[in-house]
Ligand binder design. Structure first.
Ligand SMILES: NC(=O)c1ccc[n+]([C@@H]2O[C@H](COP(=O)([O-])OP(=O)(O)OC[C@H]3O[C@@H](n4cnc5c(N)ncnc54)[C@H](O)[C@@H]3O)[C@@H](O)[C@H]2O)c1
Length: 501
C-alpha cells in the first residue's frame, strides 16, 4: 500500500493541500479528524473537553488503523497524530509521511480564525502555539520528508508535495500513475510477465523472484535494441500465452523499456505494460511519456509507437548496482531537465557526483517532475515537448558516429555543450549560461567536447539521418538561460558545430 500521510502542526494546510493533492492524484481523501468526529458523534473540541485528551488519542489510533485499508488514499492527520509510536509505525508501514511546516506568521491567523476548534491551544493562543511547537520540535524534526508551505498558492504547495513524494498522475496520453517507491511493496501483478536484461536479471534476481511471474531475459545494450529482439519478445509473449488482458512489465533501462513498450504496443494490437525503470536515465526520462521503439542500422529510434504504460514505478534501490558510468550518463538528462525549467535542480547538479550519489531519490523526484510537466503540456510533441530534445540533435549524431562507444548520456552532454555554444554564437544564450552548463557537466565527469577523431562532416550527415533526410531545417531546443530554452529552426547545419570545436 502506498497511502500518503500529511502531517505537521495545526494550521499548516494539511487538509487544504491534501484535498488538491488527492484530486491531482485521483485518490480518495480522508481527513482523520473528521473521521474521528464521525465515529464519536461529536466535535473534537467537545470530545476533548468531555472525555480528555487520552480518550481522543485512543479514538485517533482507532481511526488511523481503520484508514489504512487496501484502497490507497491521501490522509490528512491531526497535528499530534503520530506522537504515539504505534501510530507512527503504522503510517510508516503503510505509505509515505510528508511533514508540512509553516512559520508562526502563517499559522496564527489561521488558528485565530477558528478559535474554538483547538481546545489543546485554548487560552493565550500565541504563547500556547509557541510552547507546543517547542515541545514537539524534536518530534516534527524526526520526519525525513518535509515541505515548507509559506507564501505559496495552495496549488503550488500541492505540486511541491507531489515532487517531494514522487507521486504523479498523468492523463494527457493515456491515464497512468508515476510512483517513486519500493517495487516489492507497490507492485502487485497477475497475468503478466517481466521483461528484463541479463545484467538486471543477475543483480536483482531476488527482487524479480518476489514478483512471482515468468521472466524473459534479453541481451543487454543498445546494439540489441533492434527488430530481432522485438521479434523474440513477441514470440515469447505468444509462447507464454499472453492475451489481450495480459500485461508486461519492463524491468530495466531505456533499452528494455523502449522495446518492451513497443512489443506491448503491437502484440495483439496492443496490450498493457508497466515500467519499472532501473537506470537513472530511464527513471527521469525514458520511462516517462509513452514513446516506445527500436533502432535500425541507419539510425536510432526510427521505428516506434506512442503507447503509454499503465504505471511507472521507480525504485531508486536499483541504482545501487548501476555501474558508475551509467549513473553519470543519466546525470546528463538530469542537467538537461534543470536547464529546461528547474534552476534549483540545476544547482543540485553543481553539488557534484558524491552528493548526487547520497541524494538520488531527491534528484530522481525533481528531474522526473520536469519531464512530466513538459509531456503533460504537449504529449505528442506538437510544440514544447521538443524542448526535451535539448542536446539531442547533436548528441544522437555523436552517439551514432561513435558506434555507441559513447553512452547515450555522454553523447547528450557533448550535444548539450555544442548546442549551448551555438546558442551563444547566435546571440540567444549568454556566455555565463554556457560556462555554467560546462561547469555542471564537468563536475559530474561528463564529456563536453566532440571527440577529436570525429569529423564535422560525419556528425552533420548523422544529424540529417537522425532527423529525417528531407527536412529543410532542423528544429533545435537551445538554452537561453538556466531554466529556459527556445525552439529554433536551423537551416545551416554547418554553423551549429564550430570549426574550432
Ligand atoms: N522512450 C523515450 O522517451 C526515451 C528517452 C530517453 C532515452 N531513451 C532510450 O533509452 C536508451 C538508453 O537507456 P539507458 O541509459 O537506461 O540504457 P540501458 O537500458 O542500455 O542500460 C544501461 C546499462 O545498464 C545496465 N543496467 C540497467 N539497470 C541496471 C541496474 N540497476 N544495475 C546494473 N546494471 C543495470 C543495462 O544492462 C545496460 O548494460 C536509449 O536507447 C535511448 O534511445 C528513450
Amino acid at each position: 500500500m502506498t497511502h500518503i500521510f500529511l502531517y505537521g502542526s495545526p494550521a499548516t494546510g494539511k487538509t487544504t493541500i491534501g484535498k488538491i493533492l488527492a484530486e491531482n492524484l485521483r485518490l480518495p481523501f480522508l481527513d482523520l479528524d473528521k473521521a474521528i468526529e464521525e465515529n464519536a458523534g461529536m466535535s473534537i473540541s467537545n470530545l476533548i473537553n468531555s472525555q480528555g485528551e487520552t480518550a481522543f488519542r485512543d479514538l485517533e489510533t482507532k481511526a488511523l488503523c481503520e484508514s489504512v485499508n487496501p484502497i490507497d488514499k491521501v490522509i490528512a492527520l491531526g497535528g499530534g497524530a503520530l506522537l504515539r509510536e504505534e501510530n507512527r509505525k503504522l503510517a510508516e508501514a503503510n505509505g509515505t509521511i510528508l511533514l508540512l511546516t509553516a512559520d508562526l506568521g502563517t499559522m496564527l491567523p489561521r488558528l485565530k480564525h477558528k478559535p474554538n476548534q483547538r481546545p489543546l491551544l485554548a487560552g493565550d493562543l500565541e504563547a500556547n502555539v509557541k510552547a507546543m511547537l517547542e515541545k514537539r520540535k524534536p518530534h516534527y524534526a524526526s520526519f525525513p520528508l518535509q515541505l515548507h508551505v509559506d507564501n505559496k498558492p495552495v496549488e503550488e504547495n500541492a505540486l511541491q508535495a507531489q515532487i517531494k513524494l514522487g507521486r504523479h498522475h498523468l492523463s494527457a496520453m493515456g491515464a497512468y500513475d508515476v510512483i517513486v517507491g519500493n517495487v516489492n511493496n507497490a507492485l502487485s501483478v497477475t497475468n503478466s510477465i517481466v521483461v528484463t536484461d541479463e545484467n538486471i536479471a543477475r543483480h536483482h534476481a531476488e527482487t524479480i523472484s518476489k514478483l512471482n511471474v515468468k521472466t524473459i531475459v534479453v541481451p543487454a545494450g543498445e546494439e540489441h535494441k533492434n527488430l530481432e529482439t522485438v521479434q523474440h519478445l513477441w514470440k515469447s509473449f505468444l509462447e507464454n500465452g499472453l492475451d489481450r488482458k495480459s500485461a508486461v512489465i519492463a524491468l530495466g533501462g531505456g533499452v528494455v523499456s523502449d522495446m518492451t513498450g513497443f512489443a506491448a504496443a503491437t502484440y495483439m494490437r496492443g496490450i498493457d505494460w508497466i515500467v519499472v525503470p532501473t537506470t537513472l536515465l530511464s527513471m527521469v526520462d525514458a520511462s516517462l511519456g509513452g514513446k516506445t521503439g527500436f533502432d535500425l542500422p541507419e539510425g536510432k529510434n526510427l521505428i516506434g509507437a506512442f503507447h503509454p504504460p499503465k504505471l511507472v514505478l521507480a525504485d531508486v534501490q536499483f541504482l545501487k548496482t548501476l555501474p558508475e558510468r551509467e549513473l553519470i550518463s543519466g546525470m546528463a538528462e538530469v542537467v538537461k531537465h534543470g536547464i529546461i525549467s528547474d534552476v534549483e535542480l540545476f544547482e543540485l547538479c553543481n553539488n557534484g557526483l558524491d552528493w548526487i550519489k547520497q541524494n538520488l531519490e531527491e534528484v530522481v523526484k525533481r528531474a522526473m517532475a520536469v519531464k512530466i510537466k513538459v509531456i503533460e503540456a504537449d504529449p505528442y510533441e506538437k510544440g514544447f515537448r521538443a524542448a526535451l530534445n535539448l542536446g539531442h540533435t547533436v548528441g544522437h549524431a555523436v552517439e551514432l558516429v561513435s558506434k555507441f562507444d559513447l553512452r547515450h548520456g555522454e553523447a547528450i552532454a557533448i550535444g548539450t555543450m555544442v548546442e549551448a555554444q551555438y546558442s551563444a554564437r547566435v546571440g540567444l544564450a549568454s556566455q555565463s549560461a554556457v560556462a555554467a552548463i560546462e561547469s555542471a557537466l564537468q563536475k559530474l565527469n561528463l564529456p563536453t567536447q566532440i571527440p577529436e577523431q570525429m569529423s564535422k562532416a560525419e556528425i552533420i550527415q548523422a544529424m540529417r539521418v537522425d532527423k529525417k533526410k528531407n527536412a529543410k531545417s532542423i528544429r533545435f531546443a537551445l538554452p537561453v538561460e538556466i531554466g529556459k530554452v527556445e525552439l529554433v529552426n536551423v537551416d545551416d547545419l554547418e554553423s551549429v558545430i564550430d570549426d574550432g570545436r
